[in-house]
Design a protein around this ligand. Structure first.
Ligand code: 5AD
Length: 328
């Protein structure tokens, strides 16, 4: 099944009347390869300051109506401690590209958080080799950075002043340094074709990601793309399901953006190939300020709510770190 070629992928992505079958098939492949455990990651969005100006993103530099925040070292470490006490075995540290957190500062933070016996995932964008290496040596285990799209022309339209090639090279550096690599895309970007999404999926397979995050693009009113249509939940779920068929044993999160389009979006995702959920552990004031797209949940879940939901669909919460185990 992981032999799907581009034409077959395009067909699966296009066939709206076959999507229920596709979702079920991805659910089966998920169960056979990674089992019924759902791994939870405690997400800390620690700064919404960003040097970039991606046209789609609510925290782009030119959005002057965002009130910017930055957690202090102490606050970030204590939030991580709280998350570990809640039972999270992975902490995801995410922020805009905020250079206030330089190499030394981040290494210090990583070393402190590592003492809580958790896996650490960084999601802080493009840095240089020396920094990636230092973070890895300080104890970071995984790195998330979406390629967003493999259509280079579209990428450069969407991310002025950024280079697709540079981002790609960052992903290769991260992999070489022995991080577990997470990447992914947005679905439903302006001018993005189904064919281009098929290329994206083949790209993620080619670079052998350990984790693939796929979510709909949701237009943010304070960005240049405010009037665009955005992606649908259904196409995002089909894309995610095909990803599961292509890479049966990787980690695939049920993304928050899916929940923003439908109250049960993440549950649907868990039943269509996903096996990871990343609950936000920030307080709701910070959550409101980290508005990448509208209707992003600004309320955390309690642990017991999450457990109940997961158990209600016959699944259980993962007990370990939830690392990727390659089957072949
Ligand atoms: N809609 C959906 N996803 C978005 N992201 C940023 N802006 C949006 C948006 N408007 C995603 C990008 C980024 C991740 C952190 O959030 O894919 O990599």
């Amino acid at each position: 099944m992981s032999q799907l070629n581009k034409d077959m992928i395009i067909r699966l992505l296009s066939e709206e009347n076959n999507e229920q079958n596709l979702w079920q098939q991805a659910d089966r492949v998920r169960q056979e390869n990674v089992g019924d455990e759902v791994h939870l990651r405690g997400l800390i969005e620690f700064s919404n300051v960003c040097r970039n100006n991606c046209l789609y993103c609510g925290i782009r530099k030119d959005n002057k109506s965002v009130c910017r925040y930055r957690m202090s070292e102490e606050e970030l470490v204590s939030t991580a401690e709280k998350a570990s006490q809640m039972g999270f075995k992975t902490i995801v540290m995410q922020s805009g590209e905020d250079m206030y957190y330089n190499k030394d500062r981040l290494c210090r933070i990583i070393e402190k958080i590592k003492k809580f016996d958790v896996a650490i995932t960084l999601s802080i964008g493009e840095r240089n080799y020396d920094e990636y290496k230092a973070f890895r040596e300080a104890g970071a285990d995984r790195y998330l950075m979406r390629i967003e799209t493999t259509d280079k022309e579209l990428y450069h339209k969407l991310d002025p002043n950024m280079s697709w090639q540079h981002r790609y090279e960052c992903l290769l550096m991260i992999k070489e340094l022995g991080y577990e690599l997470g990447s992914g895309i947005m679905v439903g970007l302006p001018e993005q074709s189904i064919e281009s999404i098929a290329d994206d999926l083949l790209f993620l397979k080619e670079i052998e990601v350990d984790m693939a995050g796929i979510g709909p693009f949701i237009p943010h009113p304070q960005t240049p793309l405010a009037k665009e249509a955005g992606g649908t939940l259904e196409l995002s779920l089909r894309t995610m399901a095909v990803m599961r068929l292509l890479m049966p044993d990787i980690n695939i999160p049920a993304t928050t953006a899916m929940e923003s389009l439908h109250p049960e979006g993440r549950i649907k995702a868990l039943q269509s190939g996903a096996n990871v959920v990343m609950p936000n552990v920030n307080n709701s004031e910070y959550m409101k300020l980290y508005e990448l797209y509208p209707h992003k949940p600004t309320q955390g879940f309690s642990q017991s709510d999450i457990a109940k939901k997961i158990e209600s669909i016959g699944r259980c919460i993962g007990k370990g770190y939830g690392s990727h185990h390659r089957k072949v």
